[in-house]
Structures are given as C-alpha cells and as structure tokens.
Design a protein around this ligand. Structure first.
Ligand SMILES: Cc1ncc(COP(=O)(O)O)c(C=O)c1O
Length: 444
C-alpha cells in the first residue's frame, strides 16, 4: 500500500496527548493500545482524560447529552485522512473502501457494541438511524407503534412522518416523572398492546429526565408477542456498559457524537440479523443497497466488486459511507479511548459524578430532582426543576454569568420542562460545585 497517511510526527502526538498514534494506521488493529499506557490511579486518569476533548478553558461544560466535545486526537486523525484523500484519490478508494478495511472497521464497532459484524452500519446520527427503521419497516395503515411520551423529537417525528405518509397510528404512553419502579413502565407498555401493535419503540435513557428504561424487559415483552422492538440509544451508547446482544432488541439507534465523543455527524444503526432482508433502505447507493451488487447493470463492475465484500448491513444501509471515512477515522480514536479506559470504569465514573450532582442539587432551596432514585432507573443524566423559577432564563444566566453550561429541556406536548445536567468522564466534582455555586448565586 502506497501513499497511506503518514504516521503523526512525534510533536503532533505529544501535542495531542498520546492517543493519535493508533489513528494513523489503517483501521488500527494496533488501536487497542494497552490500557497500561494510561495513568492507573483514578485521580491521575481523570485528570489526563480531562485534557483529551476540545473544551474551552474556563467553561464548565455539563451538557454532553446535547453534544459531546470531540477528542483532539480524533480531529487530527480526521484531518490527516482528508489530507491523504486529497493527495491521492485513487489510493483512497483502493485502500479505505476495500472490503478488508471496511470489514475491519465494522468488526471493531460490532465487537464494541456486542453485535455481529453483519449487523451494524454507520450513519450520520441517531436521527438518521431511527428514520431508516421507521421508513424501512413494512408497515400498513392502521398498524400501531407504541412510544413513550418522553421520546426525543428526533425519534417521535420519525414515526409521525410515517403516520402522515402511511397512516400508521402512533400511540404514546405516559411516563410518570419521576418513575418509581421499572415495573410501572413495563406494565404501561403491556397494557397498551393491541392486536394491531407492530412496534414498541423506546429510549434506552430518556433525554428529558435521564430515566434508564428497563429496555431488556420491554424488548423481551415485544418478542414474546411477535412485535418489533426499536431502541433509541442516543443517550446511552458510550455512557453505559452493555451489549446489544444482551439487550435483545431488533433495532438500536445510537448517536456517537454525544457520550462516545465521536464527533458531530456520527451515528450507529444496529439491525438484528433476521431483519436484514426485510428492512427497506432509505436510499440505494449504486452498487450498495437493495439492488444488491448492481443487478440493474448500471454500476461500474469494479466498484460493485469492491463493495460486494462489505459487511451486509453496512452495504445495504450505509449510504454514502464512502464519503464519511475521514469522520470515521476520528471516530475510531474515540472507540480507542473508551476501550483503553474500559467501559465499566467509564460508566462507574459517570454514575459517581451524577450521584454527586443529585446530592449537591438537593442543597439548593426549592429545587426538585426529577430523575428517578430507584437504583436501576438513573445513570449519567440528572434533571431538576426549581419552584418559582423561570428555567430557560436561568440556564442562559448560568452560561453567561457563571460560564456553566447545562441544558434547558422542554416538551410542549406534555407541558414538560426541566434543567438537565449531564457530566461525563472529563468533568470533575469541582465542575458540579461550580454549578451549585452558580445556582445559589442566581437565587440569592
Ligand atoms: C434521545 C435522543 N434521540 C435522538 C437524538 C438525535 O441524535 P443525533 O443528533 O445523533 O441525530 C437525541 C439528541 O439529542 C436524543 O437525545
């Protein structure tokens, strides 16, 4: 292989604090650099981690649930990839789009997610992933989809579009806030099922209250009734340590730009193997997609041959994959970092910061945390309201006066409003102390 991206110089590696070396090689098998390269003690590790993403100095950023900052080394990897493409286009196609390179990348993502290599594809975000599923399922007028009232607009609207177009019926089931027990939501789904129900669709973690839904149980319920299960994992993937195989869903949509810090415009779609032939793609992309290897005879045979070796789900649903390889090179660095730290350790750190936030928030007069307290129902997102306070201006004031970024979330359909804190591994207890200080200042 000639003209592949040159390894980063020593200076670049040092500037970007170490994880870039893996990004320089072809989907690096060597990417799984030893965890021992990282500081071992928690204090030193989290200090090191804090330097990895692009965060503005002096800002307390507690809003990963909106956008996870990209890693410095990922941006370098992406840039180097774009540079290499511009230097030699032909080589780019022959190497990065080769079945070997594409399969290698799909393999690592599938291994991370706990899925088969033929069951995953990359997308531009959870929004695209959810729309591929809602658009591609064989549904008819009158078929029912059950969702919760707390789904993110990106998820809900994917179904509402199909309701408008195909006459399917979207039924929303109420979510008590806070939810007291996981059984409550399981019962609500069970009660809503009718003979016309085709899909149970839910968030893994609600963007609004941070509630972790009992997804495995809901998917099991769906399967036992011959109903399709669709999970919106935008707020879980990269935060929680789980395997898709274990979750048992038919489809899983993830944003990789939030808790995985994979960079804006990155997402994942999992399609359980048995659905590969039955789910329609949104777009057919030359030799990829439903025409299966250019059966219309329109595709360049060399191109078709190249792509016939791609993993099946990526080939069918990864429209425009070929244009996004530089972005996925950056993404690769983000996967590296998670694997090197360890997903269990990441989840534990996020939970530790979240429980600290929950406890400290309770010191603020008039404030109510609405994230559930049941141990299986909360994770890295903490939402709250404050009696007598206008929440939206409060979020703006915190950003402007205290340089502290949290998110105002509102859902007009159900008159829901809250402030949301979402700390990730690069945050610290001091960041949360700053938030509490800011809240108290504002309300003094
Ligand atoms: C629950 C949920 N689903 C979907 C999305 C959309 O994700 P993406 O930006 O990756 O398309 C979001 C974004 O905030 C979300 O919170």
């Amino acid at each position: 292989m000639t003209d592949s991206p040159k390894p980063l110089s020593r200076r670049e590696v040092l500037t970007t604090l170490g994880v870039a070396a893996s990004a320089a090689s072809l989907w690096p098998a060597a990417a799984h650099a030893a965890a021992a390269d990282l500081p071992l003690s928690s204090r030193e590790l989290w200090e090191w981690v804090r330097a990895q993403p692009v965060l503005q100095t002096g800002i307390v950023y507690l809003d990963t649930a909106s956008t996870g900052p990209a890693l410095r080394t990922a941006l370098v990897a992406e840039y180097r990839s774009r540079e290499a493409i511009n230097l030699n286009h032909g080589e780019y196609s022959r190497t990065w789009l080769s079945p070997a390179a594409v399969t290698q990348f799909a393999e690592r993502i599938a291994a991370f997610a706990g899925a088969g290599t033929d069951e995953v594809t990359l997308t531009t975000g959870a929004t695209e992933s959810l729309n591929i599923v809602a658009n591609g399922l064989p549904l008819e007028a009158g078929d029912e989809i059950i969702v919760t009232t707390h789904e993110h607009a990106a998820h809900l609207h994917a179904w509402l579009l199909q309701a408008r177009r195909r006459g399917i019926v979207v039924k929303q089931i109420g979510m008590p806030a806070p939810l007291g027990d996981p059984v409550q939501i399981l019962e609500a789904f069970t009660a809503a099922i009718t003979p016309r129900t085709r899909v149970l669709a839910m968030s893994h973690v609600l963007y609004s209250t941070g509630t972790v839904l009992p997804v495995r149980e809901i998917c099991e319920l769906a399967r036992s009734r011959n109903i399709v299960s669709v999970v919106d994992g935008a707020q879980a993937f990269g935060m929680l340590n789980f395997s898709l195989r274990d979750l048992g869903c038919d489809f899983y949509a993830a944003s990789l730009a939030k808790w995985l810090n994979g960079g804006l415009g990155t997402g994942l779609l999992y399609v359980r193997g048995e659905w590969l032939d039955r789910l329609w793609p949104i777009a057919a992309d030359g030799p990829t997609g439903w025409s299966e290897g250019g059966s219309f005879g329109l595709a360049d045979p060399a191109d078709a041959e190249l792509r016939s070796g791609w993993p099946a789900t990526l080939r069918k649903f990864g429209t425009n994959y070929r244009s996004f390889v530089p972005l996925f090179q950056g993404l690769n660095v983000a996967f590296d970092l998670q694997e090197r730290i360890g997903r269990a350790r990441i989840e534990a750190r996020v939970r530790e910061l979240a429980i600290y936030a929950q406890l400290k928030l309770q010191e603020v007069r008039g404030l109510s945390v609405i994230t559930p307290t049941h141990p299986s129902l909360w994770a890295g997102i903490v939402s709250f309201t404050i009696r007598g306070q206008d929440l939206k201006p409060l979020a703006s004031a915190l950003a402007e006066r205290e340089s502290t970024v949290i998110r105002h979330v509102a859902h007009s359909g159900i008159a829901f409003e809250a402030l949301r804190v979402s700390p990730h591994v690069y945050n610290s207890h001091e960041d949360i102390d700053r938030l509490i200080f800011g809240l108290k200042q504002h309300m003094a």
